[in-house]
Design a protein around this ligand. Structure first.
Ligand SMILES: [Zn+2]
Length: 282
């Protein structure tokens, strides 16, 4: 599943090429998780002004582009979620549509495609980020882990208010976004915290280590192009390299890279968690 680092890598890749592009046509394939929310023709003539990200949603801001060189009026946003298996690809030459291309947007800067075999992804038009649809999807998201707004004090306080196990709290995304299943195992290993520990029992020192690990692991994953644990590729088709940095995830039965004890797997909320009982006693 594409996680926050992969989505951020996609955003950075598209941001080099797509801003300023005028939309020429939009074609839909099979239904995605949610409908587009407008007629595809309604997007024709709009211009992609910028590409932002909130959690795992890419936000393509569209403006009306009344004249070349002018800042047009804001027309709305395309919110893109990659779901379980989606990837966004931008090709200079319009490609032959493939079976799993369920959203194809031809622009003056190339053809943007959402390729999504499992169709849990979505592309949605909203007329603003305060619209009911946007608020429903974005309104409860926690802090952005790579932004200056993610601060250790509020993080510690928010974690302590929870009754959940720390792994499940991280996965929920309401304290901090972006710590998906792979990264949750990794950051807890790096900070020496047992994944089943109740969040409210963790000390300031443990949570300060966890805060630092979240920032460091996610920033490193972005810097290395995301993970290839799933079939992820950024918009220019480059594969990520984070997989070689993974220390515990997917390594059940193998020796811990730090102490040599056997990595264990447990299931929490139907998701696999990997940890070292010796290195993560807290
Ligand atoms: Zn260990």
């Amino acid at each position: 599943m594409p996680e926050l680092p992969e989505v951020e890598v996609t955003r950075r890749s598209l941001s080099l090429q797509l801003p300023g592009a005028s939309i020429i046509s939009v074609q839909l394939g099979k239904p995605l998780r949610w409908p587009l929310g407008c007629a595809p023709e309604a997007l024709v003539g709009l211009r992609v002004a910028s590409i932002d990200r909130r959690g795992k949603y890419l936000l393509l801001r569209l403006d009306s582009a009344r004249s070349v060189g002018s800042g047009g009026d804001e027309a709305g946003y395309l919110m893109v979620h990659l779901g379980m298996s989606g990837s966004l690809l931008l090709d200079a030459v319009p490609p032959t549509p493939e079976a799993h291309d369920h959203f194809v947007m031809q622009t003056s800067h190339g053809a943007l495609r959402l390729r999504d075999p499992r169709r849990f992804g979505a592309v949605m038009f909203v007329d603003g980020l305060t619209s009911p649809c946007a608020t429903k999807l974005l309104g409860r998201l926690g802090a952005e882990p790579l932004s200056d707004a993610f601060e250790v004090g509020p993080f510690v306080a928010a974690v302590r208010r929870s009754r959940l196990a720390i792994k499940q709290l991280l996965l929920g995304g309401q304290v901090v976004v972006g710590v998906g299943n792979i990264y949750a195992s990794e950051v807890l290993f790096q900070s020496g915290i047992h994944p089943a520990r109740p969040a409210k029992e963790l000390t300031d020192a443990s949570l300060t280590r966890l805060y630092a690990a979240i920032r460091e692991v996610l920033a490193r994953a972005v810097g290395r192009g995301g993970t290839t644990l799933r079939d992820f590729a950024s918009a220019d088709g480059q594969m990520g390299h984070f997989q070689s940095d993974v220390t515990v995830y997917g390594r059940e039965g193998m020796p811990c890279v730090a102490c040599g004890h056997t990595i264990r797997k447990i299931v929490q909320g139907q998701r696999s968690t990997y940890f070292c009982a010796v290195c993560q006693p807290i």
